[in-house]
Design a protein around this ligand. Structure first.
Ligand code: F6P
Length: 320
């Protein structure tokens, strides 16, 4: 394997840079050249490349975002876009391509793998943690910690003003981020898309809490549950409480990766390079417990990762 391509795709996730560093530096002793494609899949279509050496990935392990940049690229998912990307892989003599991204990127990677001779390995990096087959994705732990830090501050205001706060967190269509954030901030309620929100039940709990002397409430809502403004309004009407909505938005996606996100990035980066040298393709790196695992690329985006509903039950038990 003499020429390895690497691309960061989809939404940026803290730890993508640490993964790039791990790829470049574990491939370095083999003599393989690492070619970065800039601006996600768009760079594969436009042939926007940069040669990465050990020095060019220096001083980035602690940086959020991605030095290769990333864009959402609908053109890539067309026959024309995929053909162009496959041609550019041939032109650059790329024998193996590592895609760092989420399940949308892996769908694209699979389509591309069906149209080219290049071996393709995925590294899961998304704050949503919604990639099938891996307990965790790069960036998830950072996003959880960022949200927790911010919501702890919101709690101060909620308590002082005896208010009800709805805090909307990201997660696309899934509730992994909301669930882990909700449990670890001690939220009174957690709304996830996997379970139809029961606003009546939420309001009952708020009233019961008030009777017990608990005057403030934090409700964590995953963005996938729907219009949180409507939910906030409904709760205000039904409880007569002083309700505020905070949408955390993109502050959850940036910032320095936590040690955990960096560790995953180092492990996944090395493993992906090893897999290419072992002649593997159409696989995604993952972690189960403390074991690194290999996931079928197709499974990574077609199969649904289950949400741990025991976390939800525990959060309910603890928020009394
Ligand atoms: O996939 C990461 C993510 O941040 C999701 O949680 C969110 O739904 C989406 O990306 C937002 O995408 P964009 O930054 O393109 O608006």
């Amino acid at each position: 394997m003499k020429r390895i391509g690497v691309v960061t795709s989809g939404g940026d996730a803290p730890g993508m840079n640490a993964a790039l560093r791990a790829i470049v530096r574990t491939a370095h002793p083999t003599g393989a050249k690492i070619i970065g494609f800039r601006r996600g899949y768009e760079g594969l279509i436009t042939n926007n490349t940069v040669l990465l050496d050990s020095r060019s990935v220096g001083g980035i392990i602690h940086l959020g975002g991605t030095i290769l940049h990333t864009v959402r690229c609908p053109e890539f998912y067309t026959e024309k876009g995929l053909k162009k990307a496959a041609e550019n892989l041939e032109k650059n003599k790329i024998e193996g391509l590592i895609v760092i991204g989420g399940n949308g990127s892996f769908k694209g990677a699979y389509e591309l793998s069906e149209r080219c001779r290049t071996a393709i390995i995925g590294i899961p990096a998304t704050i949503d943690n919604d990639v099938y087959g891996t307990d965790e994705t790069i960036g998830f732990d950072t996003a959880v910690n960022t949200a927790v830090t911010l919501i702890d501050k919101i709690r101060d205001t909620a308590v002082s003003h005896e208010r009800i706060f709805i805090v909307e967190v990201m997660g696309r269509k899934r509730g992994f981020l909301a669930l882990e954030v909700g449990l670890t901030v001690g939220a009174e309620n957690i709304l996830v898309p996997e379970i139809k929100p029961n606003i009546e039940k939420v309001c009952e709990k708020i009233k019961e809490n008030a009777e017990k002397g608990k005057k403030s409430n934090i409700i964590i809502a995953a963005e996938g549950v729907g219009d949180t403004r409507k939910i906030a309004k409904e709760i205000e009407e039904k409880t007569g409480g002083d309700v505020r909505l905070t949408v955390l938005g993109h502050v959850q996606r940036g910032g320095h990766p936590t040690a955990r996100s960096r560790l995953l990035a180092c492990l996944f980066g090395e493993k992906a390079v090893k897999m290419l040298f072992q002649g593997k393709t159409k696989k995604v790196v993952g972690i189960n417990g403390n074991q690194l695992v290999e996931i079928e690329l197709k499974d990574s985006f077609t199969k649904e990762k289950p949400l741990n509903l025991e976390f939800l039950e525990l959060a309910e038990k603890l928020a009394i």
